[in-house]
Each structure stands twice: as structure tokens, then as C-alpha cells.
Design a protein around this ligand. Sequence first.
Ligand code: HT7
Ligand code: ZN
Length: 873
Amino acid sequence: PQPTYLSDYRAPAYRVTHTELTFDLDPAATRVKARLHLERHPERQAGEPLELDGEQLDLKAIAIDGQPLGADEYALTERGLRVDRVPERFLLDTEVEIAPEDNTALEGLYRSSGMFCTQCEAEGFRRITFYPDRPDVMATFSTTVIGDAASLPVLLSNGNPVERGSLPGERHFVTWEDPHPKPSYLFALVAGDLKKVEDRFITLSGREVSLQIWVEEENLGKTDHAMASLKRAMRWDEETYGREYDLDLFMIVAVNDFNMGAMENKGLNIFNSAAVLTHPQTATDAAFQRVEGIVAHEYFHNWSGNRVTCRDWFQLSLKEGFTVFRDQCFSADTNSAPVKRIEEVSFFRTAQFAEDAGPTAHPVRPDHYIEIGNFYTLTIYEKGAEIVRMLRNLVGWEAFRRGADRYFARFDGQAVTIEDFVGCMAEASGQDLDQFMRWYSQAGTPEIDAHGEYDYANGVYRLVLRQRTPATPGQPDKQALHIPIRLGLVGTKTGRDLALTLDGEALGRDAVIHLREDEQEFVFTDVEEAPVPSLLRGFSAPVKLHYPYSREDLAFLLANDSDGFNRWDAGQRLALLALDDLIAAHRNGVEKVMDPRVVEAFRALLDTDTDDKAVLAEMLTLPSEAYIAEQQPLVDVDAIHAARLFVKQSLALALRDDFLRVYEANRLDAPYAPEPEQIGARSLKNVALSYLMSIEDEEGIELARRQFEADHNMSDVRQALTLLTHSSRGDLADPALRAFGEKWAHDPLVMDQWFSIQVMRPQSDALDRVKFLMDHPAFSLTNPNKVRALIGAFAQNRVNFHRLDGEGYKLLADVVIELNRLNPEIAARLVTPLTRWQRFDEARQTLMKAELERIRGEALSPNVYEVIEKALA
Ligand code: HT7
Ligand code: ZN
């Protein structure tokens, strides 16, 4: 497969002004008629051939302006269809046949639980009909869907229904019209035996919008939260960005087989059922929050993505980075803002940093790709959102909002670039953002070495910052970035933020300084007392910050920093220092000794009387094994696991009564509600329980058992089941798993949780369980949720996936090989853990590379080919 390059971008030779589609649905042989209203693009010369994309299409008929084309007047090519001689403006009619029931890749039109549905982003539409399948071709659509009246009573597409009726042979049809020009990736069709839940929303200007969530009948009781989230998101976008919804109907459909979380098709969002269905008995607090975030994300795309879209797929972060930023701000406004930020950053630093340091590292705007489906990454989404956040912070909210207004007004109905977006921000703020643009083109995580010195005699604090970005594949040399660093100086006597004066300017007590050079010195004057610097507050830039904090400094910041995020971060850094020692002790066979400073810091935390229990729960949570691994030059999975467990058990032993007290104080009898206060209390209680269970004394076990049996809500049940299943007491896991498995055998989303919990067990039977569960009737290799729940989860089970006999790697490779044939997008994602082989010891490196080579020996899809080639380069 050949790469596509950003530098090769050209406007399309022909554009489509209007698209008429007719689908005659049949699982094995669906007929798709397309009438495209085409005209030459003004920027392109006359006489160029018409080239359309098309894959796996069986062409049955073709005509231009009503005249059928002879076999010598068109060609079926590797790319699709070419017609050498076409008029300046014309109608193209085609008819193709496709087989949705054979479509296991879940791109284009496919079947899921008896229904028909589509996924067209990024390049799925070309599996439906011949078309210029690129985001800069925007057309209005008129779609007629014909199907069997009994088995497919509901026929949906984008826009508004304008006609419906019966047809001979017990069939019926509905015609939909979407007046908003859109690229093909936003096309959607759903047909099935679905039921709807309906509500309405009155927009700011007083228009009524009908809101519909379509689900299988058994899921009718699981839509309340998604509907409430949708209404909150609609209101938030009006109030925060002045964006109103623009059709009379907004539909969400839940489908069971879906490659990602959801898709923002115009007026007809299609959701993975896991990203929309909730019920207190079946979904955890985290799932409720995830649903809220995804519903909002897809809705926000209506403006940031649909009304204004991407010129080409290199600009993907234009819509994804901005929309993730928007959904993050929405969730922060709706829930506990500090805890949201902690969760975001903790995930980002674990997963995106690893991506940025691995063989598939790429800029937020890549300059080439083989398979765009491989670029729906944490870098495009989450790092893209961090860049937008930095922009917001650099120019300030008012200018940012003016810039966003300008962007939406100027480019409405157009397909544009990242420069267009940043340009609006520069215009609205009057700031020069040229250097800032490097964030989009430079891959890798910048590292900042910071060093500070207090001059007692003169009351001066000198802060020296040095930046460097490590080389990444294809980018050996890096340039200095514009990095905004929010900071405070916390006085060691008072524990308060000191006044900041920089170059004679008073900046208040919390300020942003701008690092633009490789090295810069910042001299703060009139600093009244010796400070401990609190740097990168709120994670003001997506960088690694190194400062030689002592453990006393960190304990001090943990107790005194006015920035909640940095207080949490100080606790994480303190724990990491202790973990470092213990990892070394484990490796050297030396007795492990717990750092008393960590115990005292945690004791103080447990004594804190705080309103935000969710933040406290985060502060009491040790860095994950994956994050600890990120900090190590070479990952020793066993030492990390042993050290973390040792810290947890030491804290549990030393602070057992405190954890018990916290557990008891945060039990809730009230009916379940996914509200911040309850969620905070539950998180805190469940963190306490995990400490208590880590030492497996009778009281902890009894609490977990009782919590499991009380069956109050899924957050509590799942935590109890996890702790029982992951305990070393063999007699605890199986009875609980059996009871849970029998109770929920009918619910696929709960069974996903059941799969994951078992295969995440640290005990050595985890791999055998995976193999056994792959034969379970609820498992299916063609369902991405099941693959993620069982195989994906196992690959996160660090001690077992990285077994020294290589069996974990072999199992993953076997599944990747199988999925490469069935669903290349999922296969390419699943292989990721093997691509990180450089981080491990030699024995594991050899085993991992051998599996990558074995995969390479297969006939590979472009998706898997691209990832494997990068991993072995
Ligand atoms: N914009 C959507 C991306 C997406 C997708 C991409 C590739 C293959 C399948 C997919 N499903 C959805 C989702 C979003 O970011 O909102
Ligand atoms: Zn998105």
C-alpha cells in the first residue's frame, strides 16, 4: 500500500452539489442507486477525467445524463471508477450491489443484531456507492430507503422524513432529505425493528426540536441518562458557544456492533450501545459519565465537524481536538471540574505519552498516512484537545469565543484547515501564533528541565527552564515550542501563594509564563520568603516536567498547594519516588521498606474534611502500573506490580482504621443517582475498600462480600466483584463470578464487564481464563466490544500479558491475525501493546518481535500492515 501525502492535496476535479440515493435493502444483495449532480470544480481545468472511489461494489448500471455508458466509456480501477470524458456539469447515475451480511469490517453498510446500519467515517461511503469519498466534497442528500415492512419497520437516514409509503411485496419506503451540505463521511442509514424514546428541546430562538433515541425493545429502560445528557449538551452549546441546533429532528441509534464509541452523522448519530445505554443496575458511575461525555461530544460535532468540516483527513484534529476540548469543558461544568482534569491528565500521561514515545508517534497533523483509520488516535484527539486548551488559555476565554464565532461564521458549510482555525484565534486576539503552530507539526512529548534558586539576601527567585523534544520516527530534529507554564510560588513559611513580580510587572499570585526558547531564565523579584515552585498548574501544557523536588517539597505541596491539580500531582510524584526505591529493592532482592513520609501524607489526606470526595479518592489512588512503567527507563513488570502492591498493603496496614472509617462514612442508602456528590462518595468508599481488601483480612473480605450481595448499584457491585476476583484467596472469586455471570447472561454490556474483570486478574490463571472464555457463548470475535472486553483487557493485565513464556503475546498475535481478515480497524488497534516492545527487557523484546514478525508473514490489510511496518522499522 502507498502512503497519501498532505503536500499532494488538490481540490477535487468535480464537486457534487446534490446526491440522490435509493437503497433497496437485502442482507445478501442490497441495491444502491445513486444519482450525483456533478460539476467541474472552478479551480480545476476542463477535460479532466472523473474519478470516483469505490470498494467491493458490483456495478450493475451506469449512465451520464440519462445515456447508459458503453463498456469502453468507463473503467473500473483499483481506486474505483473512472470516466475519461464527461461534460462540465452533468448527472451520473449508477447502480451497484453490495452484501451487508458479509461486511465484518463494520465500515460502510453492515448488519448488527438483525438491523442494517452504516459507518462511513473515514472512508466507508466508498463501500456503499461510487463517490468522491473525501471530506471537501459537500452535497445535499435525498435518500430513499426501501425495506421489508415486517422485519424493518423503522427506516432512518439524515435530515427530515419527507415521504413514506407501502410498496408491493410487503415492502415499504421512507424518503429523507438533508438540506445541509455534507461530506459523504456524515451519511447514515439505519433500518431495523427499533423502538424510540422521544423528548423535545426548545432552542434559544424558540424552535422545537424532536429528540429521539432508537433502541432494541429490551433496552427501552436504559435511555434516560443519554436523553438528559443530550438536553444538557444542547443547552450548554447555546450558552457557551452560541451554537443552536439546525434541524427539527435529532436522532440517536444504539447498535451492538461498532468499531468506536459513536458517530456524529448529521441528524442521525449512531452509537455503540455501550456509549449510550445506562441503568443503575448495569452501568457504573464511570459508564454514566462516559455516556454523558460521548453524547455531548457527538452533539457538539454538529458545529465543530459537520457545519464546518475538514478539508482533508490530515486536518482530522481540527474537528476532533476542538470537539474533545468542548466535551471536556462541558463535563467539567457538569461534574467536579478538578476531578475531571485529574482523570483526563492521568489518562493522557499514561496513554498519549506512550504513543508519542513509540514507533507510531505522529504529529497532531500528520503529513502522510497509509490508512487513515489508524489515525483516530490519542494524539489526534487528546493532544489535539490539549493544544486547543493551550490556545484558550493563551488568548483568554473572551478572545477564544470571538475566534470561535468568527470561525463558525466565516467557514459555515465549508471544509477547512487547522490554519483557518488558528488564524481566527490570532485575528480575534491580536496575538502572533506562528510559533504556536509547531505544536501541530511536531510529534513527541516535550520535556522541560526546571531548576529554581532563591536568593535570600535579595528576595529574588530565579527559575531556569530548558525544553527539548526527543526525536520521533521521521523527525530527528525538533524546534523550540511555545509552551505556556502556569505557576505559583508557595511560601515555605506561610504555605500561601506569594505575589509574583516578573520583569517589574505584578502578575498576581498565579500566572502564566511563556517558554519560547530552548532555555530561558525567569527572575521573580520581591519574593518575600523561600518558595517551593508549583509548576505547570492544571497541566497547562502537554509536557513532561522535571524538577528536582525533594520528598519534603512534595509533601509540602500536597498539603499546601492552592492548585488542586498540582496537589494531586505532588502526591503522585511522592508515591512515585517511594515506588522507585521499592522497584529497585525488588529487583535487587533486598527487603522492601515503606517510606514513612508517604504513610504520613496519606494519613493526613484521610483526616481531611473535604467537600470534593472525588478529588480525595483520586489523591488516595496510587499511580497505575502503566503510569509507573511510563516513568521507568526499562519496564520491569513484575517489580512494578510487586512494589505497587507492597505500597498499597503497607498503607492499608498502617491506616486500616482510617480506611474503615472512610468506608463506613461514605456508605449511601439513598437511591442511586449519577450525580457528582454521590459519585464522589462512592469513589472514596470504593478506594477505601480496595486498600482494605489488599491485605485480605476477614473484615475487608466481609465488607466486599456484603457490598457484592447488597447489589445496590453496578459501581459498588463491580468494585466488590473485582476485589473478590483479584484476591489471592481462590475461594472468593468463583462463587461471585458464577452468581454474576448467571444473573447477567442476558445482558451483553454487563457480560463485557464480567469478561474484563476475570482476565484482569493478577493470578497466573488469567491467560487460561482468556482461552476458556473465548469459547463462551457470549463471546464473539466479530463484535468489537467483546474483543475489547476480553482480549483488549487481557493485554492491559501487565503481569500476565507479559508472561516470560511469551504465551500472552502469542495469544494476542493469534487474535490479530484472525481479525486482520474480519475487521482490520480493530486488528490494527489491538496490536498496539506488541508495538511497544522497545520498552521491555531483552527476553521480552525477542518474544514480542517474533510475534510481530509472525503477523508480518500474513497477507495483511493496509491497517495492520502500516502498524506492523512502523513497529518493526
Ligand atoms: N468522528 C467519529 C469517528 C469514528 C470512526 C472513525 C473510524 C472508524 C470508525 C469510527 N466510528 C466513529 C467519532 C467521533 O470522534 O466522534
Ligand atoms: Zn469526535
